[in-house]
Every structure is written in C-alpha cells, then in structure tokens.
Design a protein around this ligand. Sequence first.
Ligand SMILES: Nc1ncnc2c1ncn2[C@@H]1O[C@H](COP(=O)(O)OP(=O)(O)OP(=O)(O)O)[C@@H](O)[C@H]1O
Length: 579
Amino acid sequence: MKEKSNLNFILEVSGKERFKLYMSAFLSIVSSLLSMIPYILMYNIFLELFKDSVDYQKIKSQAITVGIFILIKIVVFILSGVFSHIAAFTILYELRMKAVNHISKLHMGFFKGHTIGEVKKTINEDIEKLENFIAHQIPDLASAVVAPIIILLYLLFLNWKLALVLFIPIILGFLIQTIVFKGMKERMQKYHSLVQKLNSTIIQYINGMNVMKAFNLSAKSFKNYKDTTEEYADYWTEITMETAPLYSIFLVLIDSGLLFIIPIGGIMFLNKEINVSTYILFLILSANFLTSFKQLLEFGGDFSMLLEGAGKVRNIIEQDIQVHGNKKLEENIKGKIEFNNVTFKYDKEDVIKNLTLCVEPKSVVALVGPSGSGKTTLAQLVGRFWDVEHGSIKIDGIDIKEIEMENLMDKISFVFQDVFMLQDSILENIKMGSNKSKEEVVEASKKAQIHDFVMSLPDGYNTKIGEDGIKLSGGEKQRISIARAILKDSPIIILDEVTSYSDIENESKIQHALKNLLKNKTAVIIAHRLYTIKNADNIVVLNEGEIVEQGDHDFLINKNGMYRRLWDIYDYEVAKEGA
Ligand SMILES: Nc1ncnc2c1ncn2[C@@H]1O[C@H](COP(=O)(O)OP(=O)(O)OP(=O)(O)O)[C@@H](O)[C@H]1O
C-alpha cells in the first residue's frame, strides 16, 4: 500500500483536474519569471543613469515596460490561483464523496478499529487541509523551486564569483533543515494520532454526557479529555523545545544572507571588479533569492504534515471493500436461511463455532442464550455485517457472498433496539428513501401501532424528528422502526427484541406491531424476554457460540436442559420485579 507516495496519491485522485494543477504550476512559474524582468530592466535603467549622457527617452520606455510586465505578472498570478482553486475544490469534493462512498462499502469491522472521531477528522479536517496544499502550495512550490534557480543562474551570469557567496547560507540552511526535520515523519504521525485521540475523547465526552451524569462519571470523563489535551500541549512544547533554537538560527542565517553579499560585494566594487549597478542589482536579487529559498525550505515541514494527512485519507480509500457477487434473489423468494458449519471471530477467539442451522421459509426462529453467547453476532452475519471465517450462509440455496449487496439488503429488514433516526419528518423516517406513497406509509404505521400517535402530533407525518424537532420515546422509536420494516415488506426479518418497555401500554402495542410484522415472513429473533418467543417455531439455545439445544418451547422445557434453566432464572427475575 505504501509503494505509491502520498504525493502521487494526491495527483492520482486529482484525475481530470490534474491538467488544471499543471496549468496552475506552469502559470505560477511564468509569473515568478515575469517578476524577474522588472529587476533586469531596472538594471538597464541604472546602467543608463550612470552614463555621462543619460538617454531619458530610453529610461522612460524601460519604465513603461516595467509597468507592463508587472501588470502581466499580476494577471498570470491570478490565473494560476484560479486554476488551482477550481482544481482544489473539485478534488476535495471528489475525495470526500469517494471516502464516504467507500466507507459505506466497508465491513463493520473497519469501525471497530477506527473511532468516529478518527473518521470524522480524516473526512473533514485532513481532506480540508489538502485544499490549502492543492490551491496554494502546489503553485507556490513550483515557483519556489524555479524562481531561486533562475535568479541564481542570472546572478552567476552577472558575476559568478559574487554569486558563489550566496551558497554560504544555502549550505548552512540545508544542513540545519536536515537536522530540524529529521524524524519529522514520525513526529507528524504522532501529531495526527494525538489529534484523533482529542477528537475521540471530546465526542465520547459529549455523546456519553447523559449516561455519565447518571452515573456521576462526568469528572472522570472530563479528566480523560483534560489528560489528552495536556498530552497534546506537552507534545508540542517538546517539539518546539527541540527544534526552535536551531530553526531560529536557520531563519536568522537566511535573513542575514545579505550580510555576506554586502561586504564582499562592497570590496569587489572598491576593487573595480563590479560596477555600481551590478552591485545594486545583486543586493536586490539576493534578497529576492533568499526569500524564495526560505519559502522552499519551509515547505518541508508543511509537506510532511499534509502528506501524512493525505495518508489518512488513503487509509480509508484503499481499505478493502466488502466484495459481493452479482447473483440476484428472485422477487418472491421463499426465504430459507441455512447456516453451514459457520465459524466467526472478531478478534482471536471464535464467537460462533462450526454452527449449522436451518431456518425454514416463513418460520420464526428465536435465538436465546446467556449474554455473550453470540445471538446478535449470528443474526448480523445474515446481513453480512461481518463475513464468516469458515462455512457459509445461504438464502434459498445461494451463498450470501455471491448475492449483489443491494439485492441482499432489499430482501432483509433489520429491527434493532438502537433505532437510528434521520433528522427529518416522521414520513421520511418511515419511508427511508423508498418511493412508497403516503397511503402505504399510513397503512404500515397503523399495523405498527404508531399511526394514532403520529396523528396526535400538530404536523402529523410532517412532524420533524431530531435536534430541531420532537424527541421520541424508546417505544415510539421502536414502533417507527417496525413501521419501516412493514413498509419495506422484505421476506426476511432480523429482529433484536426490545429488552425493556417503558410501560404496559407500549409493550402491548409493540407486541401487536411485531405480530403484524412477522406475518408470513422468515424471522430470526434475538430474544431477551423469554415469554415473547414461547410460540416461535424453533427456539435455538446458544452457549459460547454453539447450539446446545433446539426445538419448540414444550420440547425444550421437557428436555430439562439449558432452556429450562434460563426459564427458571427468568421466572425468578420477573417475580422479583413484580414484588
Ligand atoms: N464488535 C465486536 N467486537 C469484538 N467483540 C465483539 C463485538 N461484538 C460482540 N463481541 C463479542 O462477541 C461475543 C458474542 O457477542 P454477541 O453480542 O453476539 O452476544 P449476545 O448473545 O447477543 O449477547 P447479549 O445478549 O448480551 O446481547 C461476546 O463475547 C462479545 O463480547
């Protein structure tokens, strides 16, 4: 992945915009070359002024030419900026779209290894920084490289001995630069990881505020944030202490580059080796040369920082996407799900172990078992939230890896406890991008037992949800998510049963809604409350990723195994709650 440099990566993603970048760099070089011309013309003016009989007409025409070149330089400079800015914003747009699009195709596993803070920093900040690089630094860099070379060549041509004096600050500058920027890559990596950590801790701090307050943990979480901020500040202090003294010497050296030209040029003038106009031109051009040279050296630091940021974007864009085949499930599938010797692990330990299970079409299978036994994992594997390590999962005889992802998602509806809500109207929250009619939405909402609630709101289905709109209770969100699934009408339902209901009324409404949802569907239910799955066609008892028993409720109760024990615990807890 690292064979290609990050700079090449930027050029590669520039795609069609690359021409604009080259154009911008070219115009920037032309602009800096044009800025030399007035100096050369001024030299001619000086030469003329020091003649015995001054030709004022010639001076006038030279002065007008200087003015024209300055104007042309300004126009070319602006054009260079226009090209680079247009390119930059187009590239930024494409890069963001590419990254966000790519993220949607990644395994969930990617989000396990990267926090939301990290991903946000990359997509917002690292990509934004590239704007500065593309819009300003590519053209600046082009002219910063070419301009000093041209000036130096011209000065060597004017008087090579005096021009050689300029090499003193160049050599010293390079030496110091090498020392200052040694280990810069590692430092920049650490810098980026610290910024990511800062982002993650602040997101964690704000997102978890209500939970932390409830548990009186605000101070602890704040301490986490404070510690990270201190680590960041300490890191910058450390870098500054290490590099500042040398860097200051470097700046002074470059700025005082003229100190070498003034005395040595002066001596040469007194010895009549150069005339006064050459001396003056040397002073002007040397100052110009040293400024461009300093700019060029300063690019080094910015470069490392930007290229490291580009590397982060690459890390996302070059992540392997979840491959899928192009087979399609028929419109009216039966909905049979087969797990064949499925093994899966998140990290080191197998969470699902060589599991074989058949979910018959239009049957309801409930997964029960102790916490951590693998119920959620097994259900999520059907939707390829993760891919199995060994074995296969088939729907109507086709391996899910061979099915086109969109088609697979079309055939499965997920109803999870943690309901994701769009910051949009209730109508859009139920439609979820589909082109179903309002009537169909209302029909689904009635079946999901949420219609009456929606109609009691002032704006009905147009009521906004989210920060600017109304807040919904857990039960209401759950019923909206059931309405979504009823509207989607997929043949397979994966349902994470709600652990607790806010009240009896909510509970009976949700049970009713679920009954409507599961009618004629193949369903896999992750069961937390045993009595709700008593009527399931098949109850699968999981323990440590293995099926320990399965059958209907009566069969399993009579078997007197783990299911029976789970019931005993459950009955005890329900009795305790009721007491
Ligand atoms: N994203 C993840 N990354 C790493 N390990 C995970 C992840 N999700 C679950 N696990 C681990 O996998 C095992 C099975 O978890 P899973 O959530 O499937 O069990 P569960 O039976 O649904 O539990 P519960 O009833 O508590 O929801 C557990 O040991 C859990 O810690």
